[in-house]
Design a protein. Structure first.
Length: 158
């Protein structure tokens, strides 16, 4: 059996804000943009006949790495009072390969993003046994999803 994760869909509070963030910070483009009326069966939120707005953002790869942005339109889905600023059980960490982590961090700052870690250097031994040396930044999207941006500077023997 072969399974390929193509997309992760995130529930967002404000579609325009979320779309702008994914375009400006991660450089993604709109792949799909439409209203979706829920059947009440497949989604573990909302109910039958809820109207939602789904935008699928596409990264460089034409098939994997897409992120769906889903906002309840009618009725609106109540949002938590506070946007998360830490990661725990049930909260994913998205790891992004970036060719310019500092530029993405700059764009995030301009949009008022909650920054967890400014650009910094760090290293880790990779699965191939080589040391990977990165410039990384940690930040949250407007709805509290955490992103680790990694720019590979070089590889060395361990």
């Amino acid at each position: 059996m072969t399974n390929i994760i193509k997309r992760t869909t995130l529930i967002v509070r404000n579609m325009d804000l979320a779309k702008r963030w994914y375009q400006k910070v991660l450089g993604m483009t709109v792949y799909y943009d439409d209203e979706v009326v829920l059947s009440g069966v497949g989604m573990a939120a909302g109910k039958a006949r809820d109207r939602t707005h789904l935008i699928i953002m596409q990264a460089e790869d034409p098939e994997i790495g897409m992120i769906g942005l889903l906002q309840w339109v009618d009725p609106p889905l109540p949002a938590p009072a506070e946007i998360p600023t830490s990661v725990g059980y049930g909260n994913p960490t998205f790891v992004v390969r970036s060719d310019d982590a500092r530029a993405a961090w700059d764009a995030a700052k301009e949009l008022g993003t909650h920054i967890h870690a400014d650009p910094h250097r760090w290293s880790i031994k990779g699965a191939d046994g080589k040391m990977k040396h990165f410039i990384s930044a940690g930040l949250f999207d407007p709805d509290g999803h955490f992103y680790e941006l990694n720019q590979l500077e070089r590889e060395t023997d361990a």
